[in-house]
Design a protein. Sequence first.
Length: 327
Amino acid sequence: MKKLLMITTGGTIAMKRDVQSRTIVPAASGQQLIDSVPEIRDYAALELSEFSNIDSSEMTPELMFELSCLIRRQIQRADIDAVIITHGTDTLEETAYMIDLLVNSPKPIVLTAAMRGFDEVGTDVPSNLLAAVKAACADNCRNVGVVVVMNDEIHAAREVRKTYTSNLATLQSSGYGPLGIVDQDNVIIYRKSLTREFIPAEKIETRVLLLKIAAGDNGALIGYAIDSGVKGMVVEGLGRGNLPTPAAEQVLTAIAKNIPVVLTSRCFKGRVLGVYGGTGGGKKLHNAGIIYGGDLSGQKARIKLMVMLGLTSEMTEIKHIFERRMY
Ligand code: ASP
């Protein structure tokens, strides 16, 4: 029988109803989670490590990095076959992606979560936990990078996003599709994410801001970011990767001050590329030194820039490594 390390961090998967406030709050312990699904014992032995019990809106890059370092150490143990992490869905995609960038192991690393609390009617806690255990035990989940298992689907950490505030099928890899599925006792992997990568950083730089652009943006927030001493920024631009001219001018100021700026799109699918001319066109920005974020969402590009800046602060190196699998 396989031995899995289960690391709990909190999220709805560990929440219960609070009658007085009529809300759901962190309450279930890691052991309660495991004990709630006795079927797990048919598949694996679990060792428990309680990292935190927080709503994932309170998860920080510092905590994600600490968690990644813990997994880096634990996954090397000969007696551990795989790691499962329970997490809230709000920021799960960011934590999963940071672990994916920082941990290089053939062993399965599986995150799971739930949309309905531990004691809510129709809860998805047991089914998601059991599916995560099955995926973690599956040999075909080795060498596929960090995955997220929810609603019987297996998603790549790099691609998955929370898409719905309340629906059980909230996690989607829009534009890609899941890597595979968990169907009863069958764990099927249909494809691998070939653009995933490992960045051997020993620290991260957390002073990285994500700024979303809207029509008529006057660049004021980018100017604020520069003045605040930010060490990098991700600008979630329009369409193919274009900015209103005043925002583009502020980006050029940031680059002149040696602040790396990554360009992503607020579109849900597709890549940024310099197709359009004009003062705020992606081509001009790229020629001036902006880094293309490819198909990454703004929040994932921010995580990658934090990790990259832990490795180097040299602009050309950041640009080279950031774009290498995508351009
Ligand atoms: N607010 C919750 C969290 O992210 C949502 C969830 O887990 O589904 O912790």
